[in-house]
Design a protein around this ligand. Structure first.
Ligand SMILES: Cc1cc2nc3c(=O)[nH]c(=O)nc-3n(C[C@H](O)[C@H](O)[C@H](O)COP(=O)(O)O)c2cc1C
Length: 154
C-alpha cells in the first residue's frame, strides 16, 4: 500500500473482537475508521444469531444498516468483520451489496475462533465491485506482524 494512499478501515463487530483488530489495522495503516451498525439489534444468543443469518442468506433479506460510509475520498478500503458459520457476517454482506467500490482497492479482514472456510468465497460473491486484494484471516488476537505483511501486499 502506498504511504500516500488514503485508506478507510470499515468494520462490523458484534462483541468487540473485530473492533480491536480494526483499530490496530487503522493505526498501522494510518487509516480512518468507520464502524457499521445494524438498524435492528441482534439476539444475544449466538445460536439465534446463526439461525437468523442463515435465514437472511437463504431469503436474501440482508439486515439494514444504520448509515453507510462515504468512501469517495479514499483509495483503499479495508473491510473487517467476524466469521459467522464459516462465511462473512451478514452485516458485511449488506455493506458489500450497498456500496459501490469501483476504482477502489479493497481487501477483507476477518476474526474467528479459528475456522473461516468460506469467508473469502462469500466475500467475493458479495463484493462485485472494486479491485480485490487477498484477505487477512485471523483468530481473535491482534497480530501486528501479520497485519503489516498483509497491508504490504495491497
Ligand atoms: C453466529 C456466529 C457464528 C460463528 N461462526 C463461526 C465459525 O464458523 N467459525 C469460527 O471460527 N468462529 C465463528 N464464530 C465466532 C466469531 O467469528 C468470533 O468470535 C469473532 O471474533 C467475533 O467477532 P466480533 O467480536 O467482532 O463480533 C461465530 C460467532 C457467531 C456469533
Amino acid at each position: 500500500m502506498l504511504i500516500l494512499d488514503k485508506t478507510l478501515a470499515i468494520y462490523y463487530s458484534r462483541t468487540g473482537t473485530t473492533r480491536r483488530i480494526a483499530e490496530q489495522v487503522a493505526s498501522n495503516t494510518n487509516a480512518d475508521i468507520y464502524e457499521i451498525t445494524l438498524a435492528e439489534a441482534l439476539p444475544n444468543d449466538m445460536y439465534a444469531v446463526a439461525e437468523l443469518a442463515t435465514n437472511q442468506y437463504e431469503t436474501n433479506h440482508l439486515p439494514a444498516l444504520n448509515k453507510l460510509p462515504v468512501i469517495d475520498h479514499y483509495d483503499t478500503i479495508l473491510i473487517g468483520g467476524p466469521v459467522w458459520s464459516g462465511k462473512l457476517a451478514t452485516p458485511i454482506a449488506s455493506l458489500l451489496q450497498s456500496v459501490d467500490f469501483s476504482n477502489k482497492n479493497v481487501a477483507a479482514f476477518c476474526t474467528s475462533t479459528g475456522s473461516y472456510a468460506e469467508y473469502d468465497s462469500s466475500f467475493r460473491q458479495y463484493c462485485q465491485t472494486g479491485n480485490l486484494f487477498p484477505g487477512l484471516y485471523l483468530g481473535n488476537s491482534v497480530n501486528e506482524t501479520r497485519i503489516n505483511q498483509w497491508v504490504s501486499q495491497i
